[in-house]
Ligand binder design. Structure first.
Ligand SMILES: [NH3+][C@H]1C[C@H](O)[C@@H](O)[C@@H]1CO
Length: 632
């Protein structure tokens, strides 16, 4: 294969080309969101139902139940945990929380614990609650005393800090609240527990982060940061839509004090705390230097219901308020004034707003839903760009969408065979966001089936190299492809903790794991360049694909070999180059995956390579090679 590279750029590489899609699937609560206690506020559960206490358990005979409190801690949180310490109790009696499939106890972290309590009946009790981090077998790693008074019959919030004495390797740990025998016979109501480790940039109610010391596994945020994503799509994906209009994602239920957030039954089979809410997302984007690609609910829910046109007005207003919460002026928008009241006077940056999600499932109603949402939102915010989520030009929409969000989940071969997917798109002023894409299965007739039927549990080299082939098409067509993101982003690998595979970054309570597809995303994102240099076109039905981009000082050649044999490529560059270059290669057995038990089975390797204006390079089988060439 000979690749002649043209010295004149054909188009810019948009700064937004590579980013991340996020929704609470497999890993918002208990993952990116740093809260360590699962079911911390008994949101959306049925009092008295055995499942209402999920993730909680009695300690030494504490008698616990979830009640509909006669005097709830807030209107958003009607349920409380009621503890009765049996008379005659001895030892430490109370309850504990198992976390999200474990709690990482780390001796270099200070944990912030808090809860609300009240005595439903005044009592003369005065003593301490002991909060602790302890192993499943009762080894106490950290504990603190919180004074509790039986005269406290109204809700009060109490706090404690926990600094573990050691860092056990096991995450099978619990957060416990116990009382000694002096509390025997008392009944106490509790609400809105919270236990936070240090967070990214120390944001209150923030994101999970590893600690600076190298000795700790980089956790989710650093994994995500290592890709330097330029945008973050939120809050979904399916999780925006609700199984019904009533259970859709409602922006204003996700902002304000945690005690005022009701949570919701998410679209992935579990309750969302909504502690990771719109303001947390916006701070996260700002801290990570990402643009939010924010979605607004557009009248369609996953039970297949589209609201009739004459019922859309309140939801269009809600979308206007949601956008004003992000960019509005506090002096003329109550939603923006709410933002200011929460400590953020100045607006956030926002350019793209997506209207719904995968509305190709409801194309007919999208004709009027898009017309009314995009029509009104464009009038209210002419500076914003609105993304349509039906198939491009099918149906015809008015106003004409300037952006569409395409999604594709397919086999490795499909991705390798479709790298020219965007080459034939009309250049008619329409721009495309490949908002979701991933190899999900090796079985073209069962893309979303079981692993026994071809579904991938984790990305594989074959799948990731197929994705890389497809991604060379994003760069060749970056004059109309402005953004692309693999989906989904995160997966808690604990049994029962995930709803979708494969995912880009896997994690458990103490570690994060980079998949082979993460490395492909990272290599493209970190070497995206600022302009595209045309070159000999690959054979669309071949197995070798490439993309050449440059920025002011370097040339980046991404070379993908999807074949199971090496490929010799001759490059003819348009200008003299210094002889020193590096090549970073990701390659391995096509079925190889990085897994929690073998997290670094396949990692990129970078080596020096001697080149000249014309040079040969042999691409390994199933490989992505990124050559970085200094322009002399
Ligand atoms: N079915 C996918 C499409 C939807 O938008 C996402 O929520 C799902 C997982 O990425």
């Amino acid at each position: 294969t000979t690749v002649v590279v043209n010295g004149t750029a054909s188009h810019a590489i948009p700064s937004t080309l590579y980013g991340q899609m996020f929704e609470d699937i497999n890993g918002g609560d208990g993952g990116l969101y740093a809260e360590l206690l699962q079911n911390r506020a008994f949101q959306q559960v049925t009092p008295g139902d055995a499942t209402a206490l999920y993730a909680w358990a009695a300690v030494n005979g504490g008698n616990i139940t979830v009640i509909a409190d006669s005097d709830p801690v807030s209107s958003a949180l009607p349920n409380s945990l009621q503890l009765t310490i049996p008379s005659g109790a001895s030892g430490s009696v109370g309850f504990g929380n198992e976390g999200y499939y474990g709690i990482n106890v780390n001796s270099s972290w200070t944990y912030n614990a808090s809860f609300y309590y009240r005595f439903p009946e005044a009592s003369d009790f005065s003593g301490d609650a002991t909060v602790a981090l302890q192993s499943a077998s009762g080894e106490v790693y950290a504990s603190a005393q919180i004074p509790i008074s039986g005269s406290q019959t109204t809700w009060t919030q109490v706090y404690a800090q926990l600094t573990p004495s050691t860092s056990p390797s096991s995450t099978a740990n619990n957060f416990t609240v116990t009382f000694n025998s002096s509390a025997a016979g008392n009944t106490i109501n509790f609400a809105m527990f919270s236990l936070f480790p240090p967070t990214f940039k120390n944001r209150a109610n923030g994101m999970r982060i590893d600690v600076a010391e190298a000795r700790y596994i980089a956790l989710l945020t650093l994994q995500i940061l290592l890709m330097r994503p330029s945008f973050f799509r939120l809050p979904g994906g399916n999780n925006l839509e609700g199984q019904s209009a009533a259970t859709r994602w409602i922006w204003n239920n996700t902002v304000g004090a945690l005690v005022d957030r009701p949570g919701r039954v998410g679209d992935w089979g579990y309750i969302n705390t909504d502690g990771l809410g719109l303001l947390e997302y916006l701070y996260w984007c700002e801290d990570m230097e990402m643009e939010p690609f924010m979605a607004v609910w557009a009248g369609y829910s996953l039970d297949g219901t589209s609201l009739p046109e004459d019922e859309l007005a309140p939801y269009i207003q809600a979308a206007i308020d949601q956008i004003n919460f992000v960019i509005g002026d506090p002096s003329d928008s109550s939603a923006a004034a709410l933002r200011a009241s929460l400590g953020r006077e100045e607006p956030f940056s926002l350019t793209y707003v997506e209207v719904g999600n995968e509305d190709f499932f409801a194309s007919e109603s999208y004709i009027y839903r898009w017309r009314d949402f995009a029509g009104n939102l464009t009038a209210a915010f002419p500076q914003l760009k609105f993304i349509a989520t039906a198939y491009p030009f099918n149906p015809i929409l008015d106003p004409t969408p300037q952006q569409y969000d395409n999604h594709v989940y397919q086999t490795p071969d499909w991705f390798a065979e479709n790298s020219f997917y965007y080459d034939d798109f009309e250049r008619n002023g329409t721009y495309y966001f490949q908002g979701e894409y991933a190899v999900t299965s090796t079985n073209a007739s069962d893309l979303y089936g079981t692993t026994a039927d071809g579904r991938l549990m984790y990305p594989t080299i074959q799948g990731s190299i197929g994705e890389a082939a497809y991604m060379t098409g994003f760069e060749r067509n970056a004059d109309i492809v402005f953004a692309a993101s693999y989906a989904p982003l995160l997966m808690n690998v604990a049994d029962g903790a995930y709803q979708w595979t494969p995912n880009l970054v896997e994690f458990d309570a103490a570690n994060a794991y980079k998949s082979t597809s993460f490395y492909v995303q990272q290599l493209f994102s970190l070497n995206r360049g600022t302009e595209y240099l045309p070159s000999t076109l690959p054979d669309p039905s071949g197995t070798v694909f490439w993309s050449v981009t440059s920025d002011s000082s370097t040339l980046a050649i991404k070379l993908v070999n999807y074949a199971n044999t090496t490929e010799d490529v001759t490059f003819q560059l348009p200008f003299a180059v210094s002889s020193s270059a590096t090549v970073t290669v990701l390659t391995g057995d096509p079925t190889a995956s990085n897994t929690p038990t073998n997290p670094n089975l396949v990692t990129p390797t970078t080596t020096a390579v001697t080149i000249a204006q014309a040079f040969n390079y042999t691409a390994p089988a199933y490989s992505l090679s990124v050559l970085n060439i200094e322009l002399s």
